[in-house]
Ligand binder design. Structure first.
Ligand code: ADP
Ligand code: MG
Length: 717
């Protein structure tokens, strides 16, 4: 395995370029406005300024017609004649100027509230103008207030027929005279003062030619001032491609570096435990998909390089048994295994299911979480060091420093993108000398583009099939007014011996209110399902862990028929006899969350139902989510829809990763660009891991540059 470039000593001559010029030295800025740039927008240098892109453009290539415009506050451009202009005395001495403007299709009023005396003189009735501004309603009429006016005879057609960039700004920026218009001027001057030597090309020529990508210099010019739609597209595509290409290069280099640096023990034995379990304890025939991923994992763990693998599978696809079989392989090879889950309840549940599956097999399984304290904890910790414990299952308590293994060979992380990269990485150090193999399991499927970004340095295994005999869960949207039928239906299900979940939403900022919701719901239920004939469990996030467990246990052993809960039951809970999931205020849940919740039912052989309750009033997006849920049970499809609806930033736990800080790339919609960038990056790193071929010189230099720029860019753990 070659040493990838990432760890080569490097000395990129530290030349400063025009890009490093402090912001205050830019023409038209100066010390005071420079300070405002720094404070308000974190823009410190020419480089920062140039790489703060417009978030939209005003299309100045188009002239609107007066009879077609709408008062929708959008900026529009008109060409016509200023007919009249008059001063109007308003109330309390506030005068305004009113102008009448016409084109071939009609008239519109223009108004100015200030600067009246100056305007009086400069505007010339009877002349032709290009005007530009926002249309709004004033005194019930369509009006443009404070339009930009330019005499048609003066108009520089080159400027008038382009796209005007609009930049992110703040009130203070505007107050300092640094609105989009002023910034356009500054940027125009700045961009015309640099040439293509100032903007080094970061992509190899052959790729640019093949993909018809414009140069870095062109992209910068065109992203700010595109002359036409084509330039805008070319610049946008280039920037998006480059953003993702270098994220991929980075991930692939760290993956390679990890393979180079970390050795793991090869598990070449498939021994007694695995075989015994497989032959005599397997409670069901594995699905082909399960067999396939176990094979992939076995091959990977059989090598002396560290496995880093992502296991994806829909809710209920049977990841737990796969995890267990992998852990048995580790034990067969003389190692310990651990499994970490994001919540106490989930960890506990894993512990129970794994103990259950193992039965009387001689495997020593322990549980550890923050709530295991004192003597009990000491026993576990010393059992781990001594190597008496084979499998330990727990929460992030497992990564604390004083948790020391004897020989950790495999670490499984069950997550819902909840553990950061750093937390995952801290598991690797749990074993002296050799890193454990790592298997990351996701609780719900992740869209491919998101997986490529967040887990692009991992190998991927996918369970793409559910165990046989599952009845498709029936998902139904119901309005509040049909609650009586719902209650009736719940009665009939309970009469058949089934159990029911009723889930209330939880918003963190108003936990009180949520509790109120849940408590009201509970009180109401008691009227329909009176004790002692009916028993109801209540579980919410504010309860002590022990109380939660007790309530949960009552539901699991069927003492209670109904479980009223907030989303704490979202992840992983497994009660096959529960066949109905009622979700209250459905519009307040995200799609993935709804899918997770629905996955709590349909685990047994009975027909299961998911009932989505809402009021009549739902937002458009809420309605789309509900329609998606009703339409499909496929978690991969739902994850894609979720990404499109909400964007990646809102998906749980992804914010801190830093891998998603794209300026232009949208991982919900730019899949084609991402696929191309990933494939090209893969090929390059495979063919030329040291980036030493002359055709890859631009990449090598850019990698070094990025490393210098972001200190942690190449950091591995
Ligand atoms: P998840 O992938 O959501 O973690 P689990 O591992 O909890 O899914 O499995 C869901 C349910 O399906 C469990 O009750 C499990 O025992 C059962 N199961 C798993 N694999 C199979 C299989 N091959 N055949 C039948 N049932 C299975
Ligand atoms: Mg699970």
């Amino acid at each position: 395995m070659p040493l990838p470039i990432i760890n080569q000593a490097f000395n990129l001559a530290n030349q400063t370029t025009i890009l490093d010029t402090p912001i205050e030295y830019v023409k038209g800025i100066g010390p005071s406005r420079g300070e405002t740039f720094r404070k308000e927008l974190n823009i410190h240098s020419v480089k920062n300024l140039l790489y703060t892109f417009p978030f939209r453009y005003i299309d100045r290539t188009k002239f609107h017609l007066i009879n077609e415009i709408k008062a929708d506050n959008d900026n529009i451009q008109l060409k016509g004649t200023l007919v009249t202009i008059e001063k109007i005395k308003g109330k309390s001495n506030r005068s305004r100027i009113s102008g009448m403007f016409k084109d071939s299709t009609g008239f519109i009023e223009l108004v100015w509230f200030q600067g009246a005396s100056w305007l009086d003189k400069s505007l010339k009735p009877g002349e032709e103008y290009i005007i530009f501004g926002k249309v709004s309603l004033f005194n019930g009429k369509k009006t443009i207030a404070h339009p930009e006016m330019e005499l048609l005879s003066d108009a520089n057609i080159a400027i008038a027929s382009s796209f005007d960039p609009v930049y992110p700004s703040t009130e203070k920026m505007d107050a300092k005279g640094l609105d989009s218009k002023a910034r356009r001027k500054i940027l125009k001057a700045l961009l015309s003062s640099i040439n293509d030597n100032d903007i080094p090309e970061t992509l190899p020529q052959y790729i640019m030619e093949k993909l018809k990508i414009c140069s870095a210099f062109e992209a910068l010019q065109w992203i700010h001032f595109p002359a036409n739609e084509t330039q805008k597209q070319l610049a946008t595509n280039r920037i998006k491609f480059e953003e993702f290409f270098y994220v991929q290069i980075r991930l692939l280099l760290s993956k390679m570096y990890r393979k180079y640096k970390y050795r793991s023990a090869p598990f070449n034995l498939v021994g007694d435990l695995f075989n015994t379990f497989y032959r005599t304890r397997l409670p069901f025939e594995l699905t082909n998909a399960q067999k396939k991923v176990i094979r992939e994992i076995r091959v990977d763990m059989g090598m002396a390089t560290q496995m880093n693998r992502l296991l994806q599978g829909d809710v209920g696809s049977g990841k737990t048994i796969v995890a267990l079989l992998c852990m048995l392989i580790a034990i067969d090879n003389g190692f310990q295994a651990c499994m970490m889950a994001p919540t106490e309840i989930l960890a506990q549940q894993h512990y129970e299911s794994i103990k259950n599956l193992l039965g009387d097999l001689e495997v020593n399984v322990a549980f550890l979480s923050g709530s295991i304290k004192g003597k009990k904890r000491e026993v576990i910790l010393s059992g781990l060091v001594a190597g008496q414990i084979d499998i330990i299952i727990g929460t992030h308590a497992l990564i604390e420093d004083h948790v020391i293994f004897n020989r950790l060979g495999l670490a499984i992380v069950d997550e819902q993108h909840r553990f950061g990269v750093a937390q995952r990485a801290s598991l690797w150090k749990k074993n002296e000398g050799m890193a454990p193999h790592i298997l990351v399991m996701t609780a719900t499927p992740i869209p491919r583009t998101l997986a490529m970004t967040l887990y692009g340095d991992l190998e991927v295994s996918i369970i793409d099939e559910l165990p046989p005999g599952r009845k498709e869960i029936k998902t139904i949207h119901k309005y509040e007014s049909t609650r009586p039928q719902l209650i009736q239906f719940l009665h009939s299900e309970i009469a058949k011996g089934r159990q029911i979940y009723i889930v209330y939403p939880l918003i963190e900022e108003s936990e009180k209110l949520d509790l109120q919701n849940l408590n009201d719901g509970y009180e109401r239920l008691l009227q329909y399902f009176p004790q002692p004939d009916y028993q109801i469990s209540v579980v919410h996030g504010r309860m002590k862990a022990a109380d939660k467990d007790w309530e949960m246990q009552r539901f699991i052993n069927r003492t209670t028929q109904i479980m009223v809960a907030t989303t704490v039951i979202e992840v992983g809970v497994n009660v096959p006899n529960a066949s109905v999931m009622v979700i209250e205020n459905t519009e307040r849940f995200g799609l993935s969350q709804l899918h997770q919740l629905r996955g709590r039912v349909g685990r047994g052989s009975d027909q299961s139902y998911c009932i989505l309750m809402t009021d009549y009033k739902i937002s458009k997006e809420g309605r789309q989510r509900i329609q998606t849920m009703v339409r499909t049970n496929n978690g991969f499809e739902i994850a894609e829809a979720d990404l499109k609806l909400r964007g990646p930033g809102d998906i749980q736990g992804t914010q801190q990763s830093g891998l998603l800080d794209f300026k232009l790339l949208n991982i919900g919609t730019d899949r084609a660009i991402m696929d191309t960038a990933r494939n090209i990056a893969l090929r390059i790193i495979e063919d030329d891991p040291k980036l030493e071929r002359p055709i890859h010189e631009n990449i090598r230099i850019q990698v070094l540059r990025l490393r210098q720029q972001y200190k942690d860019w190449g950091r591995i753990s």
